[in-house]
Design a protein around this ligand. Sequence first.
Ligand SMILES: Nc1ncnc2c1ncn2[C@@H]1O[C@H](COP(=O)(O)OP(=O)(O)OP(=O)(O)O)[C@@H](O)[C@H]1O
Ligand SMILES: [Mg+2]
Length: 268
Amino acid sequence: MSSAEEFAKRNIPGFNISELIERMKTEEGKRLLNLTREEFSEFHKNNELALNEKWRKDQQRLKSKFCYRNSIWSGGEEIKFKFSDWDVNRQSNPQAAHAIAKQAYTLATELLTDSFNVTMYGKSGTGKTSLAIAMLTKIHEESGKSIMVVSTAELSSLLADQYTYQKTKEKLDDLKRALTEVDVLLLDDFGTEGGIISDLKPVRRDLQNYLYQVANGRFQGKKTTIITTNNVDKHFVQMYDPKIISRLVTKNKDHRILFNDMKDVREV
Ligand SMILES: Nc1ncnc2c1ncn2[C@@H]1O[C@H](COP(=O)(O)OP(=O)(O)OP(=O)(O)O)[C@@H](O)[C@H]1O
Ligand SMILES: [Mg+2]
């Protein structure tokens, strides 16, 4: 038996025979051939640990891609925004604009290692979605946690479409898996599906059922949900079953970001 075959017979997981033969020609390969049984078993154990770690990272990367790919953007357009894009001078009160970005930044830093829900309240055009996306981006880049953005209004239309299109129904099943599994979910514009504030209606039963399953799965898995909304808490109870609200909307004051001092800066 050639030494290459002998080396290959040691059957190190993660390498095929031709790779092993190539490896055998290297200094490391020669060193491995001369290992005692105990030394080889130690090498084998470490090799397996390294492979398990690589497998775990690969799985995390795949999950990350699957979740982000399933994002549903408002109007179908992906938004990119980082904390460095936040311009305090867009607001008439730059100190308040600085303070609100600082609060979002601090919460995003805590979310690198912790998990809790965040709600961002405020009028239209004040920068809620932008800062929420800056938080998600920082969390993903610095901790590798998976992220996903879902426009609640678009989700509501998808649920309405499922009775017409079989494909939409299939998409909703994939989407539910991503929505439940993703580490950090942004539910953007939560509450718009209840209609105008002066005439709020309970949200359709199918959307409530769907969101309940997602909210419950996320609550049990201790995942983070960030909500942006134009509504306040008393509106939510007019639209949704309290079981959904208690799982999605934080009661912790420190985890609520209020955009009350921000003006509408959207350019039309
Ligand atoms: N401080 C800021 N610096 C730079 N751009 C900003 C700032 N505030 C808002 N913008 C920009 O203004 C526009 C509106 O902001 P954004 O969509 O985040 O508002 P919103 O509060 O989510 O509004 P809505 O409630 O209507 O969804 C976006 O193009 C956003 O990038
Ligand atoms: Mg928004």
